[in-house]
Design a protein around this ligand. Sequence first.
Ligand code: NAD
Length: 496
Amino acid sequence: MTSTTTIADYPHLFVGGRWTAPSAGLSIDSVDPATEDVWARVPRATEPDVDRAVDAARAALHGPWSRLTATQRGRLIFILADLLERDAERLGRIETMDNGKPLRDTVGEVKRSVEWLRYYAGAADKVEGTVVPYKHDAHAYTRVEPVGVVAAITPWNSPISLYSWKLGPALAMGNTVVLKPSELTSVSALEFAQLFSEAGFPDGVLNIVPGYGHDAGAHLVAHPGVDKVSFTGSYPTAQAIMRAASNGLKRVSFECGGKSPHIVFPDSDIDRAVSVATHSAFRSTGQSCSLGSRLFLHRDIYTDFLDALVRRTERIRVGMPLDPSTHIGPHTSAEQLAKTEHYLDAGRREGGRVVTGGGRPSGYDRGYFVQPTIFDGLDNNSTLASEEVFGPVLTVIPFETEDEVISLANDTSYGLVAGLWTKDISRAHRVAAQLQAGMVSVNTFRPVHWTLPYGGYKSSGLGRENGLAVLREYCEIKSVVIDFSADEPADPFADA
Ligand code: NAD
């Protein structure tokens, strides 16, 4: 690997409101996936740094942060959102360098993250306890309290979006946070910390410890000073975290992967369905947990739809991510490219037919590029149709009846999102009710939005993000009873 450009140096962790050197003096190189050059260097936190970050978050939880009103917390989150909006272009560019997503996507993601923060800023002072009709001569009510110190662990595919998804509701509810971003894409987290500092939050409310999962991450999720873990990433890591978090029964929420069904009935707007199916299978180079990666086409439309899909797919512009005309960039890492190539081999080995794509695009011998690829001739139990590739690989499967396709769609260990196309509103409701997924969309796909709860059935996750539903994930409910009855015996053992 060679580097002809200057490497952006980020030497410090963000702990307790200060920029501090990592205790072991270690760093991690961040590679530009389009060129394979090291473009930035970030600090590598180890166990003592995580301890300091958790201590700082605990101190902040009981310090000035706890004395702010919910409205004041919301105001700070609004300021953070404004700063993110101000720097959207710059941060989008940084994200593109770090994870290879096209500039148009990363800038769009930063701008959408602003909306996420504003939604939770506004929600901060609208979550209320209740007065409970317990009995006449008592005053009973519930208090909504923060859970405490939240460990937020994020992956590399949509870093800034996920900081906002987790920080917005966690801060709105009065928690403090230790964020461990992915070791592959930590730069935007450190940039985010700059904005956090500028917004004027009290010290220690957010702490950022880039590092590897096996040391900084594992130590953080098992730390006795952490009350809740909010994790987005793979299923095996979620399992490891669940085991680690069982000590002390930490609260956990997980957003993991998917193998989402996308169903097209013959009575659909076919042109729109072709466009949306193409985008939902290949956007972000397939590095999304909610791809429509299993496309079920009714037999009556199978051949025509597939032809149109191939034509549409072959117009996708794979290219350098900083080029504004690029639709999809490279994979984020060499490891992810190797994983996709492994799945392309598995598809061929199991008798699948590559309808388009199938390898690296011509002219790209550097960078982690791969063509959008469509397979048919594989059944729903094949490796490609049952495992999450996390790459731009679509499996197309024919079906004949509604019952058959519902059963095929649900025959997976995942259950994050699902989509269907039909003009029959009765069918829309009937099928939506039977699909096992946290989000079902009809005549669109994966309308992820700050107002809509999002999360998985089965091994796709635990708990929900987004919408008002997530706020409950970041608080404890306390019942308080003030008894003012005069006639009840004060001591039930008095006759003993
Ligand atoms: P990963 O599980 O390998 O890593 C995710 C994060 O966990 C990283 O920060 C990593 O350092 C950390 N980690 C790893 N081992 C750990 C441990 N033992 N303890 C604590 N932390 C640990 O996942 P990835 O490869 O970064 O991301 C891809 C996965 O994320 C895919 O499976 C994808 O479906 C999933 N994902 C899900 C969503 C969603 O919203 N459902 C969104 C994006 C990505």
